[in-house]
Design a protein around this ligand. Sequence first.
Ligand code: CTP
Length: 230
Amino acid sequence: GVVEAARGRDLAGVRLAVSAGGTREALDPVRYLTNASSGRMGLAVARAASLRGAEVTVVAAAICAPVPSGVDVVQVESTSDLAAAMASLAPTSDVIVMAAAPADYTPAQRSELKLKKNGDAGLMVEFNQTTDVLAALVRARPAGQVIVGFAAETAANPDELLALGRAKLARKGCDLLVLNDASGGAVFGSADNAVTILDPSGVLAQASGAKNLIAHRILDAVVHLKGSTR
Ligand code: CTP
């Protein structure tokens, strides 16, 4: 469309890996822990980057929308699978976008057989924390690679939301952080979104509307950053 034509192919030759969707952590062969991520934001980034000329690989956890044509796909299930897929793509990626919602906890034990009810007793499940994929990517980052993280936060007001975003950007060490207000369950599954794009010096941009348009705003920030560090 018009938006694409205006930007041209400013990501030509750029290899971009984007994760999308919620991971699934298995409890037994038929049950798992997951979250409300639809994968739409990551898929929108994949589509927008591909239209701008990037070579795109989507690392797809559970997603509720189709993968755009013309991009490579690696299917993953758990946060551990996602970590492995991203680690293998990272050395050859110029840009990494962590739009997935990896589960932070995984059952300490996975039953090979379907769990059976035990009379009318409840169920206690122990969870272990998963690896922080984004933090690991940042630690292994080659020179010049741009890493984009996401944060869906709930806060009492916009100032607190921004403070949480800035703290997360600093903690994770990524180049850009796309901050969502997740209060009231907004964001997940919707075609629309409202985000604040942060870099270490503060608010870089704000965008609201269709996730496809927000994806272009995020990529504008990436292009800007690549241009300024080259
Ligand atoms: N992320 C990740 N690995 C995880 C959890 C999150 O790579 N195990 C990434 C997400 O893809 C996102 C960013 O980290 O880009 C922020 O996710 P979020 O869940 O907000 O971060 P947490 O580290 O889980 O922060 P919190 O302390 O708020 O739980």
